[in-house]
Structures are given as C-alpha cells and as structure tokens.
Design a protein around this ligand. Structure first.
Ligand code: BGC
Length: 886
C-alpha cells in the first residue's frame, strides 16, 4: 500500500507513515516548530517512542539527531510538536522515529526528509512576466499563430543561462507562479508536479515548493527555464461569462530562486530578475475550460539547454503584482500529479465520422497521444463524459467549457503530445484529423492532488464494489488543488457543502489531513469582515459583480466547523483547531447576531437547502436551524479540546433545540415531512429522546411510501444509511445500498456510471439527459454514503474517546447479500484491518489493530462472541468466530 515507509528488520514493531506538518515530505515549512506524526505497525506491545531530527542522514539513521532528540517517551505520543533547537532555513533535514517494545527491542524508521524552505526575508527573487506593453523601439512579433476565439494567451517560455566554475555540491530551487509553471533545467523537466503551484487566493498568498536539483547542474554554462500557463490566475474559471477569465490578473508571472552551494562553502543564487528572457512557443493557448492548442511546428528544440541560440527572445518585465505581491508560503499539501494512465477500451465512430475512444472510466485529466502524420496535420481531441443516443460525444452538459485540445503535427516521425496547463472531465475522447494518421496511440491520464492512499475496501457484491470505485474516482477527479464540485463544466469551484458532506468518506480513501488544512485556509482567506464563510473557496475575487456564488449559505458556510471536527476525530491533531478557533467563533457569532430568536432564517444568503433532492422539498429554515444546532454541539466538543469555556455553546444548543421543537415539530411530525427532515433530526439528535422513536417510525413510513427509495439531496444523503441503519435496522440500510431502481446509486451504475452523478436523474431511459444547465456525471456529494460503507459495513470507525484512532468504534453490519467485506485503513495510529465472511451459520471476523490502540466492539443485534455482544479488543490480530442467537 502506498505511503508506508521503509521498514527495518529486527523487532516486530515498525513506525510507518511518517508525516511532518501532515506531509510525507514537506517542501518548505510555514511553522518552524512542525508537528511530527507517525503510525505503528506490528503485534508486539508498544512501550515507548522517540524522535530524532538532524542535519545528517546517516546520523539520524543510527538514531542521533543534532537538532533534537525527544528521548524515549511513553507509548506513541503522535502527533508531537518539535521542541528542539531552532530549525535552520533553506536546509534539508532528516528525522526518524524509534519504537521500543515491551521487551526493550527497538526499531527505527528510515530517515524522512524535511525541506525547511525560506523565510519571507530570504526571498530576493523578483516577479517576472512577459512584457505587457511593448516599450517603444522594441520589435513586435507578428504571432498570428496565437490568435484564437477565446483570446486565451499562449504559454510564455522563460529562460536564463549562467556559468559555474564547478558543479555545486548542493542546489535547491524554490519556485512558484501566479498562473501555472513547469520548471526546466539543462534540458530536463524538474519534478513531476502538474498544475503547480495549485490554487489559492493569489491576491493574498501563493505557495512555493522546493526541488533538490543538485544532480542537474554542471560546471560550465547552465540553463534554467520555465513554461508559464494561465491556470486559475488569468485563465477561464467558473460560469460567469461576463467575467470568464483574468480573475486575479491579466498575465501569469513567475518567481524562482536557485540556491547553490559549492564544495568550499561558497554560495551563489540565481533568481528571477531582469536577466531572464522570454518568448512564446508551441503552446498557442492552454486554458482549463477552452483546452490547449499546440503547434509542434513552433517548437524550439533545446530551448531549455545552455547552448540554445536565443532568436527573437525578449527581455522579461520585472514588476510588482497588482494589487499587491502575494505572501509566499510553503505548499501546505502535496501538489497534483499524474496518478493513472488508461488505455482505450474500445473505438467506435460517431455519425459524423469522428473517432470515439472509450477509456472505460470517467476521470479528470487529459489524453496523451503518440502519432505520426505529415507536418501541418491538425488533430482535434474533444472530451465528454457520456455519449448520446447516436454514439456521438455528449458535450451539452459542459456548458461554456469547450474542452478541446488541438495538436498540429511537425511531421518527420513519431511525435507525442500531452497538454500541460489544461484538464478535462471525461470518459470519452473524440478524435478528428485534417489528414491521414500513420499511427496513433492514446492514453487517458488522470491527475489529482497527490494525497497518499489511505484505505482499500472490497466486498462480495459487485455493484457495491463498483459504487466504492465510483466514489473513489469522483474523489480523485475532484481533489485537484482544492476540493471541487466537478471537473468538467464551466464551474470547478471549491463548493463547501459538497466538501463537508463528503469529508468523512474522503478521509477513508486518502490521507486528507494536509489537504484539509490547506483548503480551510482558503475558506478563512475568503471569510468576510463580518465573519461570513464563503460558499466556494478560494472565493475572492471571483465575485466582483455578485454574479458568482454568494457567501454564507447554511451547510455551505458551515463547512469549516464540520471539517475541524472531522479532522480532530480522524487525526487527533489539535494544531488546526487552535488556528481555526477564532474564525469559527466569528462565524457562530454572525449566525447568532442575525437570528436572535434561534430559528435560522435571516442572512442565509443563497440558502440552497437540501440541494438536488427529489420528491417533496425539505423546509429550508428547518435544514438551516438543524445545521446551526449541529454546529453548536461541535463547538462544545472543540471548546473542550482547546480548553475554551463550553457553556456558551451548551447553552446555545439547548436554546436552539427548544426553538426547533417549538417551530418544526407539530402534530407528531416535522414540518415538510420529508426524509431529510427526519434524517437530520435523528442524526443531529435535535428532538427530545422521547420523540425520536416516533420520528424514526415516520421516516420508515416515508421510505415505504417511496417503495424503499431515497429522496434526499446533497445534505440528506450523508445521513441516510447511518440513520436508517441505527433506527430502522441494518437490513433496511443494505436494502438502500443495493437498490438499483430509480432513484438510487445502483440505478446510475446500471446505466454505466463509473463516477458519482451530480443528480439522481442525470440520465433516465424515459427522459434521457437532465437539463444541460446543470448535469455533471462526476460530483462526489452523493458518494457520502462511503462513510457508512467504511464505518458500518466494514466496521472501522473513529471514537471520540480516543481521537485519531487511538480508540476505535467497531460496529460491523453482517449481511449475506454482501457476502464478505475486506478492508484495510491506514489510520493515524497505524493500519487497521477488518474482514468478515459468512461461514455457514457463523461469521468469521478478522480484526487487526495497531499497537497502542483498542476498539470498542458492538456486534450486530443477535450476534455474540462467547455469549457477549459488546466487548473491547486490544491491539493486535484477532480472529472472532461469531454466531447468532437461537
Ligand atoms: C454546484 C454544486 C453546489 C451548488 C450550490 C452547483 O452549481 O455544482 O455542487 O454545491 O451549485 O447549490
């Protein structure tokens, strides 16, 4: 499984998944007292842990750290805050974790690197860009190749050369952009990151990363270069056609600082400044929504090498970004990478002759092509998630996104094209060419923020396995720099309710800890002076004309509170909570100030309610107030963790519950009488205990009336399986999971879904495609059922008594229709395994818990182990043979 570090031989215990500031390899630190965390694997008892951190790899490997030695600490005190000598900047340091078992045997992890990065004062590089206005007297290039109907900019190529008397012994480059960059050094592309540096509010901050490029430099002349694209900075994002692009600025800019150290201790820096030169090349334009056009005849072979002859290269412009230069922060989360490559599964023809390739999987990324054709042959690649009835690409749901890549061949042999600064949401590619192609190979490349994989799960039911895969691929397609709603149409925003309902699911599939911290900062950057969190983040300055999303809808603006709770329970790390506390309180103050009577109806902005539900709509005031109460409960918990007074929040929750009961519970029903109303009321414990069975019974009646079908939207869906399971019984929850008639998850799978659809009725046999105005086939919100699959079907759940999986709750659901479940989850404390299978009348359940943890077990009703239904399991491997009563 990915991300689990090297293991040394010897004792049975092994430290795994080392993280510094939540990342496997931090490329720069924003906090010089970083949090260090790790998990443990093995079966021996864990007595003590120790962290060493130092400059020298080999010393750290042998358990000696010149900067810090924590000494042996009892148990496994992860996460642990660094408490050693002040950390040097601009360094690569190493750290390792040692574990000692009950017998005194020790095991050490391999040393893991930390790049400490730069302080604000270390930056001397200047922002450079292609000149905007040509100074008088300069030659004007006649570049009609770059004219296009989108008025999208060609990519800028930048370079400079420098001479070195000898090869350096160390070279680190610190790099970022306003826009997107690809870094090159002496003919090689540096790093494998794509869409770097990702998306932040560039008027506030941009994130840099660090690469070790020592091996790329040589004595003599060297060339450092970059290709710059528009990306989120100046390219098209969102759906506002009155302001499609240029959200942050009119042209991308580049910033980089190369630090060289020579054997005798001398140092030298190469920085972006007016020594750099620029030119436009084969990338005629490259835009997220329009696509990329690449004219290979304009390639400048060797443009990134030292001997290249600069013809028609112009001086760059050094400037201060408008309105202010952004703060330079180290990347808080892994950058995006290419994570999968898929071959086409079939090729067909559309009625107009377009060649249609089906990659078998809806994804976010691009097509990489190898082709041979005469110079000037123009190849067009269009992208779509679905085909229409005639077998042509269905692109109406992309709205204003064009999603077409155009490649013009240079001829003379095989050539390869992979777009750089665009991505599409697609399963199908349509190819047409202006002339015959000699040979053609296509591959679909999926990209995503490179988060470590956390869990793998498999069941005995093929449709459930497909659902799990669909959830995973929707997460993969939408975790790109920020958590987006969808990757294909002219939207691709970080919608906050989508994220909040999905977050618990997301954390099972991938390590989302760093990604959470990064995106919560985007939410805080977008918080208004009044305390209002945005509906999408990053948000500013996407909203200048109030045409794009408004801030502060209930369940949308509420996301940070919920994510903080999830983060705490999943990772047991209070660092983020401490930083988020004041912004969370400001948001809670705002809601309370606006709604003194305890019913949340005022200043609810775009109150979207239970978005995209089917059947009767849920009362929006009920949903909003339900969420408010839920937030008050979470704030009580978080206050407890942080040692803040809790009474304000407990009192608020009590007052709101009374108002809720008074306003929304009438004649034994909740107002609106919808599935979602009861789901929220039961999951958030909004009603007095005595009324809950009545509410559950009503939910059962509503489900029966819908012939066992769900009717929930984005907000209700998360609570569906958990509440039905707890209140109406696991069998009914499994019924819902296995339904394949409309509306259900199974319905979409029966009709070919390989990702989660935005709408239950995205396509139906009776009506075909839903409205072109809003119909994505890759929207993870309804995938929120994943948390129940993990927490209940597999039985791997967190436990508030031991956050960060020091303690687990295991309440598995056994169901013959599912047959078996086999799950492994890399928890913060180490790998957890749960696998159950029917064996005649018995169930055999194998559980493995990491060292230092324990689990509270509650067997499904009627099941016993040695006569017991509830018990505790200690760390280690267990085989449980379980039987039913009677
Ligand atoms: C997005 C959603 C989002 C919603 C707000 C849509 O356009 O795609 O996922 O949450 O707007 O209601």
């Amino acid at each position: 499984m990915a991300a689990y570090g090297d293991r040394s031989a010897g004792a049975d215990l092994r430290p795994v998944a080392l993280r510094c500031e939540l990342q496997a390899v931090p490329k720069g630190l924003n906090d010089l007292t970083p949090r260090l965390s790790w998990g443990c694997e093995g079966e021996a008892s864990l007595a003590a842990s120790r962290v060493v951190l130092g400059r020298d790899h080999d010393a750290v490997a042998s358990g000696h750290g010149d900067l810090w030695d924590s000494g042996w600490l009892p148990g496994t005190p992860s996460p642990l805050r660094y408490a050693g000598a002040s950390l040097p900047r601009d360094s690569r340091l190493w750290w390792a974790v040692g574990l000692r078992d009950g017998q005194g045997a020790e095991t050490w992890s391999e040393p893991a690197p930390i790049f400490t990065g730069l302080d604000a004062a270390d930056w001397e590089a200047e922002w450079i860009a292609r000149y905007f206005v040509l100074p008088a007297g300069r030659e004007v290039p006649q570049d009609s190749a770059y004219d296009n109907r989108f008025q999208a900019r060609p990519a800028d190529y930048l370079r400079r050369t420098f001479d070195l008397p000898e090869a350096p012994v160390r070279a680190f480059v610190h790099v970022t952009a306003l826009g997107l960059y690809e870094l090159h050094l002496n003919g090689a592309r540096i790093g494998q990151d794509v869409m770097a540096p990702g998306w932040t509010d560039y008027h506030i901050r941009t994130e840099y990363t660090v690469y070790d490029v020592t091996d790329h430099l040589k004595a003599g002349r060297n060339a450092l270069g970059a290709i710059l694209g528009e990306g989120w900075y100046s390219g098209r994002i969102g759906h506002n056609q009155r302001r499609a692009g240029n959200h942050y600025g009119g042209r991308p800019a580049f910033l980089c600082q190369l630090h060289l150290e020579f054997a005798d201790g001398r140092t030298r820096r190469i920085v972006t400044d007016d020594h750099w030169r620029t030119r436009q090349g084969p990338v005629c334009y490259s835009d997220f929504l329009a696509g990329e056009m690449y004219d290979a005849r304009l390639e400048m072979l060797g443009w990134d090498t030292a001997d290249f002859e600069e013809i028609n290269w112009q001086p760059v412009e050094v400037f201060t970004p408008d309105p202010v230069a952004p703060q330079l922060d180290a990347a808080r989360a892994p950058l995006a990478r290419e994570v999968a490559s898929l071959e086409p599964q079939s090729e067909t023809r559309a009625p107009d002759g377009e060649r249609i390739f089906d990659f078998g999987q809806n994804l976010a990324g691009y097509v990489s092509m190898e082709v041979e054709a005469p110079a000037g042959t123009e190849i067009r690649l269009r992208h779509a998630e679905r085909l229409d009835e005639e077998g042509a690409l269905y692109t109406a749901n992309l709205r204003f996104a064009v999603s077409e890549d155009i490649y013009i061949c240079k001829g003379g042999g095989p050539e390869r094209f992979t777009p750089r600064f665009t991505f599409h949401g697609f399963q199908y590619a349509g190819l047409s060419a202006s002339g015959p192609l000699e040979r053609l190979t296509l591959r679909a490349i999926a990209i995503q923020s490179d988060l470590p994989r956390a869990g793998q799960i498999e069941t005995g039911h093929p449709m459930v396995n497909q659902l799990i895969s669909n959830i995973f691929w929707s997460q993969r397609g939408n975790f790109l720099a920020v958590p987006t709603d969808c990757p294909q149409r002219d939207e691709r925003y970080g919608w906050s309710a989508d994220a909040q309902v999905f977050w618990r699911t997301a954390g099972y599939f991938m390590d989302v800890s760093a990604f959470t911290e990064k995106w919560l900062l985007d939410m805080v950057d977008g918080q208004s002076a009044e305390g209002v969190f945005p509906d999408v983040a990053p948000t500013k300055p996407l909203n200048p004309y109030r045409l794009t999303p408004q801030p502060g809808a209930p369940a949308w603006g509420d996301a940070p509170v919920i994510l903080c709770r999830d983060h705490w329970l999943r990772y047991g790390d209070a660092g983020l909570l401490r930083r988020m506390w004041a912004p969370l309180v400001a948001w809670m103050d705002y809601i309370e100030r606006e709604n003194p009577d305890g019913i949340r109806t005022r200043s609810v902005h775009n109150n979207y309610g239970d978005w995209l539900s089917i059947g009767p709509a849920t009362d929006r005031a009920l949903v909003a107030t339900a969420y408010w109460i839920h937030l008050a409960d979470i704030m009580t918990r978080l206050a407890g963790v942080l040692g803040e007074p809790e009474t304000r929040w407990t009192e608020l929750a009590t007052r709101l519950r009374a108002a809720f009961l008074d306003r929304f519970w009438q004649n034994g029903q909740l107002s609106g009488d919808t599935q979602t109303a009861y789901l929220l009321a039961l999951d958030f414990a909004l009603l007095p205990e005595a009324l809950r069975p009545q509410a559950a019974a009503r939910l059962g009646t509503l489900l029966d009336a819908a012939e066992g079908h769900l009717q929930t939207g984005f907000l209700g869906v998360r609570h569906l399986a958990p509440v039905v399971c707890d209140w109406l019984g696991p069998e009914r929850a499994v019924d819902l999971l296995l339904k394949d008639t409309y509306p259900s998850w199974g319905f979409s799978i029966r009709h070919g879904a390989t990702t989660i659809w935005e709408r239950w009725d995205g396509w139906t046999p009776e009506t075909g495609f839903q409205s072109t105005a809003m119909n994505s086939f890759n929207h993870y919100a309804y995938g929120a059922v994943g948390e129940w699959i993990w927490a209940r079907l597999a039985g791997i759940d967190w436990n508030a008594a031991g956050p960060g999986y020091r303690r687990l709750t295991m309440r598995p659901v056994f169901d013959r229709r599912i047959g078996h479940v086999k799950a492994r989850y890399e928890a913060a404390t180490g790998p957890v395994e749960s696998a159950w299978v029917y064996d005649g009348a018995a169930v055999i359940w194998d559980v493995s818990l990491p060292p230092g943890t324990r689990a509270d077990i509650a067997l499904p009703e009627g099941w016993r182990r040695d006569g017991q239904a509830a018990f505790t399991l200690e760390a280690g491997r267990h085989r449980l043979v379980l039987r039913q009563d009677g």
